[in-house]
Write a protein that binds this ligand. Structure first.
Ligand code: SF4
Length: 524
């Protein structure tokens, strides 16, 4: 754990069982890739580097931290490092961790490989002759994660980041491939979160078209959105907080508040969360997601993926598509085994959704603590099996094999629940506001659902597995408040206020944090 902050820029070098704090004055102000390359040149190509860019140094609220192989930590974590004057963390070592029961772990690894092999279709378009599949370090399974070479260096090509500017570049014309790739590199170079940048660019375009924001006011070539000139200027201005970039560095919603009512209304077309992230997995489509979004301060992608990935596979099945294998019966089975009951698999009602949300959250927090990949875990569905239903006990078996301390599924879920409650305590202490703070953006209550990117017709499994559409659905406020009440009851929280209770903290072994919350009048 890194506590406090350094007086001057430093980096942390962990090697041979020691942790050294070193001077990083020469690295401060430099972009991420240059920092990683120069640390590797100095300390050896075998070291691993996590670093921040200028955006985090300047406390942009959506600044990332990034590894030398392109993986990034979002949700403003980069700025936490920046606030500590911590430019990078470098790790070197040649010792391998040894499991308490290596034979059991090997057997489990074989089972996971069998369940997950070839799970993911290579759905991200290849750039002929340039991209190739590249799994993360230590992943023996892989997915659609790719990399490509550019001017002698390897860059990632993966997931949402690829799309941060591709659509805009295509619309603008010219060499959209090169501009799209350069846009991702620029975001990563400065350390800007692409899930915030993509809707931010979309919103800027809408503001410009409606005359809410001019090129003169913003200092940005808004008539050239999609060009290299625009993305180059935008990323630099935000990262260094130059001019209007300083407002954008506070997040899209705050920038909109500074521009007035129409600019705020235009946000609805682009962002889904209070942390300004893109409109990907809409709670009007998947009601359970409404609780997942409302009780987190940033998009809990590892939680919303659980239902939406399964829904995606089910939708493909309804259309007879090649990569569709979860039938309605499978879906209901998964509901029984993973989400607390069949009701959770009926997406047309609020019934069973509070329990499903709690189960998903507890599992996800345990998963995050184990640092398990979101594309492989939890193994709730299996592509190549008769029932296509996964195994909810695997994570606890893996943990038992590694630590030598036997733990079952319920025990691991309890760990996740403890972490989630601890997080809740931190949120409350930072001014979350309990029930009042557990909210969604207004338009999700007021405007009917029209479209989602992975499910344009918005179809879901309804009662008795009937195929129904959620087009036109809203999250009705009364239903949502009732859902929250049911959820607080399941969590053992105070229902009227949404605050933690002394009893729950005691039951979870978290009694030591009770006095602090009590002194702040945040405990029931
Ligand atoms: S499955 Fe997960 S760990 Fe493996 S390559 Fe894909 S993202 Fe990385």
């Amino acid at each position: 754990m890194v506590r406090g902050h350094a007086e001057r820029p430093v980096y942390l070098y962990i090697h041979d069982g020691t942790a050294e704090i070193r001077n990083a004055a020469a690295l401060w102000g430099k972009p991420t890739f240059e920092v990683a390359d120069s640390l590797k040149a100095e300390l050896g190509q075998g070291v691993s580097v996590l670093t921040i860019g200028p955006a985090a140094e300047n406390r942009v609220i959506f600044a990332t931290m990034i590894t030398d192989d392109g993986a990034s930590g979002a949700s403003g974590l980069g700025s936490v490092m920046g606030s500590k004057n911590l430019k990078a963390i470098v790790v070197a070592g040649d010792k391998k961790p040894v499991a308490a029961d290596p034979a059991r772990l090997d057997k489990l690894a074989g089972r996971v490989l069998q369940l997950r092999k070839d799970t993911w279709k290579n759905w991200l378009n290849d750039l002929p002759g340039r991209t190739s599949l590249r799994a993360c370090y230590g992943c023996g399974i892989g997915c659609f994660r790719k990399a490509y070479q550019h001017q002698g260096r390897r860059y990632k090509f993966f997931c949402q980041a690829v799309h941060v500017y591709w659509g805009a570049a295509e619309q603008y014309g010219g060499d959209s491939t090169e501009v799209g790739l350069e846009a991702v590199r620029l975001c990563d170079r400065y350390g800007l979160d692409t899930t915030v940048m993509q809707p931010l660019i979309e919103w800027l375009g809408n503001c410009y078209r409606e005359g809410v924001l001019t090129e003169k006011e913003s200092g940005l070539p808004l008539s050239k959105i999609g060009s290299l000139e625009f993305i180059d200027g935008l990323t630099r201005k935000i990262a260094y907080r130059e001019g209007f970039g300083g407002q954008l560095a506070q997040g899209t919603a705050r920038a909109a508040a500074g521009l007035g009512k129409r600019a705020q209304e235009l946000l609805n077309a682009s962002i889904l969360t209070r942390a300004n992230e893109s409109r990907d997995y809409d709670p009007r489509l998947v009601i359970t997601n409404s609780l997942l979004y409302a009780t987190e301060q940033r998009r809990p992608i590892n939680q919303v993926h659980e239902l939406t990935h399964a829904l995606w596979m089910w939708r493909n099945w309804t259309r007879g598509e090649e990569h569709g294998f979860i039938s309605t019966d499978d879906f209901i089975n998964i509901g029984r085994l993973f989400w607390g009951g069949e009701a959770a698999a009926d997406f047309s009602t609020y019934e069973g959704k509070a329990l499903a949300a709690k189960k998903i959250q507890d599992r996800a927090l345990a998963k995050e603590s184990l640092i398990l990949c979101d594309f492989l875990w939890p193994i709730i569905w299996v592509r190549f099996a008769d029932s296509h239903t996964g195994d909810p006990t695997l994570e606890s078996q893996v943990l038992s094999a590694i630590t030598g301390r036997e733990i079952d599924r319920a025990g691991l879920d309890a760990i996740g629940e403890r972490v989630f409650n601890l997080q809740r305590a931190i949120f409350l202490r930072q001014g979350w506001g309990g029930r009042r703070g557990d909210r969604l953006l207004d338009y999700l209550h007021n405007e009917p659902l029209e479209f989602t990117f992975f499910n344009p017709d918005c179809i879901v499994p309804g009662k008795n597995g009937e195929v129904v559409t959620r087009k036109g659905a809203r999250i009705e406020r009364k239903d949502f408040e009732d859902l929250k009440s049911e959820y607080y009851t399941l969590r053992g929280w105070d229902v009227p206020s949404g605050l933690l209770t002394e009893k729950k903290l005691h039951d979870l072994g978290l009694a030591d944090i009770a006095p602090d919350l009590k002194a702040r009048d945040l405990l029931k």
